[in-house]
Design a protein around this ligand. Structure first.
Ligand code: NAD
Length: 434
């Protein structure tokens, strides 16, 4: 199969590289010239474990290339994937479809023979039909079908998620499009990964329903954690106790500082907005959004409590600022709410993150970037563990405490235990839901 991937971000690049590894010929297109220049030079513009090696392998095999020339990539392609961003539209929470529709219009003018235009971006129900209309209007002679193929990969584990998915969802409206999609995903089909073929609307809805459900699960355990803090109990034990129930499952039950990232905040907002527009308020999702905001605020109060009720004049070391480990993505990270509150309250904030600095520098003005946790903690009053990078899981706690002015730890990921931390010389330890 010949594939054009329009949009070479976290999803487009990983998908393009993995499709080429399936044996397809893939051209990844992006408008950002600098990104394409880097890729053509063999550099990966994002941090995603394993991506550099897989990319180099498939470029060397002649199956993968990068270009800013959309028309040339679409010419003769069996399938054209749209993997551009769908951020929150300013003001109303709706998914901003400007990039999707602009890409559709450009694709329309470039279609030569029969092709399937596949939306991989997360889009509201009805978008694929609009994509169809846009292409037909721009090029009435174009021979094409549309397909919805939402992506479920997680940053930080993206290649494994793509190569070994829980399921692949394909929404189609013709057998011809279904055949092309089946051929593209044949390597997964042969290895018995579930491929779910649906209508366009169901495929579009599955993506939002999945993300809203996961956001709800996280928010539920975060709320239980808050209650544990009031009434007793350890949320880790509670999560284990409920997660062993097969109907609940143990994944996504880790209490933390509230969900963030490039998907959950914008997708829950978009789902809530879709509900409002169709006179069917998504009350659970709306509540989840509100509770998640409160969770983040509660984290700020938790740190303030440890700082004797004032950030003023305190030095706080923050370990981890990306929205989760193994990515450099800072979009909607909890750190973007928490760190400015510390600085706003008069604290000096030192930050360390294995991959977050290049994105984070512009987003977190006023922080001091440090090379390692020990440098960040030197003479600090409090260390706050915010993102659970492996680098922060096995710290030499005695050494850390030894460098601090008044060793106190706020562990927003429940990595450590109070007895171990205190035994290492810390005056106090605060986790979540304990
Ligand atoms: P991203 O911002 O990292 O990448 C989007 C890319 O598209 C950018 O490089 C941009 O320059 C490019 N682009 C925009 N318009 C273009 C055009 N007309 N032609 C060529 N290139 C264009 O976004 P992302 O994180 O990869 O997300 C893409 C979509 O996938 C979103 O809808 C998102 O919700 C969804 N998604 C993301 C994830 C994730 O973990 N990031 C997971 C599943 C689904």
């Amino acid at each position: 199969m010949r594939i054009a991937m329009i949009g070479t971000g976290y999803v487009g690049l990983v998908s393009g590289v993995c499709f080429s590894d399936f044996g397809h010929d893939v051209i990844c297109v992006d408008k950002a010239e600098q990104k394409i220049e880097m890729l053509q030079a063999g550099e990966v513009p994002i941090y995603e474990p394993g991506l550099d090696v897989l990319m180099a392998k498939n470029v060397a095999a002649g199956r993968l290339s990068f270009s800013t020339d959309l028309a040339a990539a679409v010419d003769g392609a069996d399938a054209v994937f749209i993997a551009v961003g769908t951020p929150t539209r300013r003001g109303d929470g709706h998914a901003d479809l400007t990039y999707v529709m602009a890409a559709a219009e450009e694709i329309a003018h470039a279609i030569t023979g029969y092709t399937v235009v596949v939306t991989k971006s997360t889009v509201p129900v009805g978008t694929n039909r609009k994509v169809h209309q846009v292409i037909s209007a721009a090029n009435p002679k174009a021979e094409f079908d549309v397909a919805s193929n939402p992506e479920f990969l997680r940053e930080g584990a993206a290649i494994d998620d793509f190569m070994r998915p829980d399921r692949v969802v394909v929404g189609v409206e013709s057998d011809r499009a279904a055949d092309v999609m089946a051929e593209i995903y044949r390597p997964l089909y042969l290895r018995d990964f579930p491929i779910l073929t649906t209508d366009l609307e169901s495929a579009e809805m599955i993506k939002y329903a999945a993300n809203a459900f996961l956001a709800t699960k996280i928010t539920f355990i975060n709320e239980i954690a808050g209650l544990c803090e009031r009434v007793g109990g350890d949320v880790k034990e509670v999560a284990r106790g409920i997660g062993l129930d097969g109907r609940i499952g143990n994944k996504f039950l880790h209490a933390g500082p509230g969900y963030g990232g490039s998907c959950f905040p914008k997708d829950t907002a978009a789902l809530a907005r879709i509900g409002q527009e169709h006179a069917h308020p998504m009350q659970i999702t709306e509540t989840v959004i509100r509770v998640n905001d409160e969770v983040k605020k509660r984290m700020i109060q938790k740190i303030r409590d440890v700082c004797d009720d004032s950030f003023n004049g305190k030095t706080i070391a923050v370990l981890g600022v990306t929205f989760k480990p193994n990515t450099d993505d800072m979009r909607d990270a909890p750190s973007l709410t928490i760190v400015p509150a510390l600085i706003g309250g008069g604290a000096t904030v030192r930050v360390v993150d294995p991959q977050g600095r290049s994105e984070g520098e512009a987003l977190l003005p006023g922080v001091e970037w440090c090379e390692d946790p020990y440098a960040a903690a030197a003479d600090a009053d409090v260390v706050v563990l915010l993102t659970e990078w492996n680098e922060f899981r096995a710290l030499n706690l005695s050494e850390l405490a030894g460098t601090m002015k008044s060793p106190r730890m706020v562990d927003l990921r429940n990595i450590y235990s109070e007895p171990a931390v205190k035994k290492s010389g810390f005056d106090s330890y605060v986790g979540i839901g304990r």
